[in-house]
Design a protein around this ligand. Structure first.
Ligand SMILES: CC(C)(COP(=O)(O)OP(=O)(O)OC[C@H]1O[C@@H](n2cnc3c(N)ncnc32)[C@H](O)[C@@H]1OP(=O)(O)O)[C@@H](O)C(=O)NCCC(=O)NCCS
Length: 300
């Protein structure tokens, strides 16, 4: 049978996730990091497919999915959430073909800025992205710590907060915070997270002002987190650590950009360890993330 590239359908998403998990674990094991990915329900993929189907593609041979690409667009930003080829089929041009189709999604959407997060130790993906005009900007480290250790070290200024709600007032504040921190509006992404039962979101307050937000997952993972001013990022992160410790998960983790000195120092002071080094690759006009911590390499 011959290889075809076609738009992804809802019924592909679980099988595509299996390829992604196998491909990540193959890569991380080959580089000595051990397996790190586990299958999860493809909720954000389903949301993206319903929201804008132009960014999700599969490579298929007979009935077997061999590769999956998924991009989303917000304002002028195109973000490549996933590009994965099944371990036994890499190096045959499948990744290039899938990437071409998602870049066409950027062109059709009028997105001028492009970005993604990939593994620092994957020479192939980085070479592929450089070839398509996306260049390494800064490292992003996944940090992790045992909850018990974190609890024994938890200290430092924190923000007062209120639970995030899908109200016009909160959505307006979230849009303003994102405009200051990222230059991108992510209204639908916030609605998605606020309605995700496994995620807790809070608005950070200073007096009557909404100065940032934090989301924490029930598995102790922090992010996204954003603040309107970079001098608030330390207290925002400490607040997030306290919320993550409250989640009851045995581990607390976060993706921390190499540009956030204050947060990196706080992470190390709180006993957090780097588990996976990643890198943000983007067109040159993407900013330096001193007020933003991403959720993961797919959500950004
Ligand atoms: C990264 C990945 C999607 C690429 O797909 P693929 O089908 O294996 O790659 P292709 O055969 O289409 O393209 C290979 C291209 O990568 C580039 N490349 C490969 N090795 C390279 C290196 N050491 N240095 C620089 N560029 C390199 C070249 O441009 C090469 O094309 P060429 O052989 O025509 O010169 C795939 O290998 C994969 O799934 N890897 C593991 C998971 C992963 O890291 N995914 C990216 C997450 S964002």
């Amino acid at each position: 049978m011959s290889l075809v590239y076609r738009p992804a359908r809802a019924q592909d998403l679980e099988r595509a996730d299996a390829i992604v998990v196998a491909s990540i674990n193959d890569l991380t094991q080959r580089h000595g990091f051990g397996p790190m990915a586990v299958s999860r329900p493809p909720n954000f993929q389903s949301f993206s497919l319903k929201d804008d189907a132009g960014g999700l593609w599969v490579a298929e041979d007979a009935d077997e999915i061999l590769g999956f690409a998924w991009s989303w667009v917000r304002d002028d930003l195109w973000f490549l959430a996933q590009l994965f080829v099944s371990p036994g089929h890499q190096g045959r041009g499948i990744g290039i073909e899938l990437l071409k189709r998602t870049l066409e999604h950027a062109r059709k959407s009028g997105a001028s800025r492009k970005a993604l997060i990939t593994f620092t130790f994957n020479t192939i993906s980085q070479g592929l992205y450089i070839r398509h005009g996306l260049f390494p900007q800064f490292p992003i480290y996944n940090f992790s710590v045992a909850r018990e250790l974190l609890m024994s070290r938890l200290q430092g200024a924190q923000f007062r907060y209120v639970p995030l709600e899908e109200t016009a007032s909160h959505l307006h504040s979230l849009a303003q915070i994102d405009a200051r921190a990222l230059g991108v509006s992510r209204d639908k992404h916030h609605r998605y997270l606020i309605n995700d039962s496994a995620t807790r979101g809070v608005m950070l307050c200073a007096g009557d002002d909404h100065v940032g937000y934090v989301y924490v997952n029930s598995d102790g993972h922090i992010g996204p987190l954003a603040v309107t001013q970079d001098d608030g990022i330390g207290a925002a992160f400490t607040t997030a650590l306290a919320l993550a410790a409250e989640s009851g998960s045995s581990q607390v983790s976060a993706f921390l950009p190499g540009t956030c000195d204050r947060v990196l120092s706080l992470a190390v002071e709180h006993g957090m360890r780097i588990t996976i080094p990643m890198v943000l690759m983007a067109t040159r006009d993407f900013g330096d993330w001193t007020q933003y911590l991403p959720r993961n390499p797919g959500f950004m």
